[in-house]
Design a protein around this ligand. Structure first.
Ligand code: GLU
Length: 472
């Protein structure tokens, strides 16, 4: 993390916003309205833990109401504070705009170290937090829809949906009050891997552009690229897995308590199994270990993917980064100073608000599923299979040749929910990359992809505010 105790994450986001705002046509008033957090809820609530009352501090910030509901995760972490939640909520607004997901941004958090509480305690804390959100109108399918984030998963989301539903028994759309739920509670297939898979699609798209790769002195394509990943949580693990499957070489992995490096490549599943057995990556056979995990960021690679918390690359270590591409899977992993240093070095920084938008994209699909009360593929799967069967049979009759049994099965397969989710995500990540890149290459004076991403978001939100009209 940044060594500067006065580092304000929210101010950092504002600084990047201001840099981009100069390239847009909106007046100061509209820009200020876009920038500000619209509603901030801070609550302190008591929960009985082991027979004693403990008071918890928690937040929910709705950054923008230009579209409703507000959307964004809830994190459980010791470092949660108002500045952090505000910054993360703001990033959600820009993220949703970039990937054309019709939500305002929001974020929540409880200041807690979840590892020191029992599952039963965490359930009571989560349910009490949800109760506070309900009391203050900070949750609901049309108001504000939380999701998993750092330190939370589908388990917490199932407690949230159950609490909300109990308090709002007549809400037909209650399942849409939160996303990232287990499938049995109204979740959608493909949400767990969505953010990591989106990171992979985004990096693959960046690497597919010949002229951009040539500028960096790299070959086209993700195959053979040396990658270091920091953070092996849900996002980092899945990003690593899909990159490895596509032929990239995972040369380095970093966790909070140690890092490893191996030039010839590490197998992500072998390392993950080792880490689960030993509690750390250190001394993984055949790899060089670094007890000071920050050293892991500075090893040679083509692509560095920080996938944990904010401000891990800052003015004191940015100079030492050797990567030519940084894929921001985490929110805010670079401080603005680090951003300046890396841009000057010619590093291609693929910004967080685009690259990790796969999670919220699939959350949008989940929310739509909840509102439509029908599983994706249910209506068209059989119809499509029958249609393809007719086409194949006609071709066979016309050509007097038969398609093999395996080919026939592959051709006839109608789309399942997971197929539709993955293809919707792929299409979103590919399309949005080019929206941002077009701004980057066509706007005189824009020197980095983050500024282009902000311009892309500000243009869409600014128009929404203009069309919404502001009360006199
Ligand atoms: N927490 C994730 C993010 O920061 C997902 C948010 C969501 O799905 O609403 O993008």
């Amino acid at each position: 993390m940044s060594t500067n105790p006065r580092y304000s994450f929210f101010k950092g986001v504002e600084r990047s916003f201001d840099k981009a705002a100069k390239f847009t046509r909106f007046p100061k008033g509209i820009l200020n309205q876009i920038k500000e957090c619209n509603s901030t809820l801070q609550v302190k609530f008591p929960v009985l833990i082991n027979g004693k009352v403990e008071v918890f501090e928690a937040y929910r910030v709705q950054h923008s109401h230009h579209k409703l509901p507000c959307k964004g995760g809830v994190r459980f972490s010791k470092s949660v504070n108002q500045d952090e939640v505000m910054a993360l909520a703001a990033l959600m607004t820009y993220k949703c705009a970039i990937v054309n997901v019709p939500f305002g941004g929001g974020k929540g958090g409880i200041k807690i170290d979840p590892s020191i509480y029992s599952v039963a305690d965490l359930e009571r804390i989560t349910r009490r937090y949800t109760f506070e959100l309900c009391k203050k109108n900070f949750i609901g399918p049309g108001l504000d829809v939380p999701a998993p984030d750092y330190g939370t998963s589908s388990r917490e989301m199932s407690w949230i949906v159950d609490t909300y539903s109990s308090l709002n028994p007549s809400d037909l759309n209650a399942l849409g009050c939160v996303t990232g739920k287990p499938i049995s509670q109204g979740g959608v297939r493909g949400r767990v891997e969505a953010t990591g898979m989106g990171v992979f699609f985004g990096i693959r798209e960046a690497c597919s552009i010949k002229e951009d790769m040539a500028k960096l002195g790299l070959s086209t394509g993700i195959k053979g690229k040396a990658i270091i990943i920091q953070g092996l949580g849900n996002v980092g693990y899945h990003a690593a897995k899909y990159c490895q499957q596509a032929g990239a070489i995972i040369v380095g992995l970093i966790e909070y308590n140690g890092a490893i490096y191996k030039e010839s490549g590490l197998d992500i599943d072998e390392v993950q199994a080792y880490r689960k057995r030993n509690g750390s990556l250190l001394n993984f056979p055949g790899a060089t270990s670094f007890e000071d995990e920050t050293k892991g960021l500075e090893q040679p690679c083509d692509i560095l993917i920080p996938a944990a918390l904010e401000a891990v690359i800052h003015k004191d270590n940015a100079h030492a980064i050797q990567a030519k591409i940084i894929g921001e899977a985490a929110n805010g992993p670079l401080t603005p100073d680090a951003d300046d240093i890396l841009n000057k070095k010619g590093v291609l920084v693929i910004p967080d608000m685009y690259l990790n938008a796969g999670g919220v994209t699939v959350s949008y699909f989940e929310w739509l599923k909840n509102l439509s009360h029908v599983r994706y593929g249910r209506l068209e799967k059989r119809f499509t299979e029958n249609r393809y069967s007719d086409i194949v049979s006609s071709l066979e009759a016309l050509t007097n040749k038969n398609v093999g049994a395996i080919e026939r099965r592959n051709i006839l397969k109608g789309p399942e929910e997971i197929d539709l989710i993955h293809s919707g995500l792929e299409d979103t990540m590919m399309g949005s990359y080019h929206e941002i890149r077009d701004i980057y290459i066509n706007t005189a004076g824009v020197e980095d992809m983050r500024t282009a991403a902000f311009i892309c978001a500000i243009n869409k939100i600014g128009v929404a505010y203009e069309e919404l009209g502001i009360f006199p």
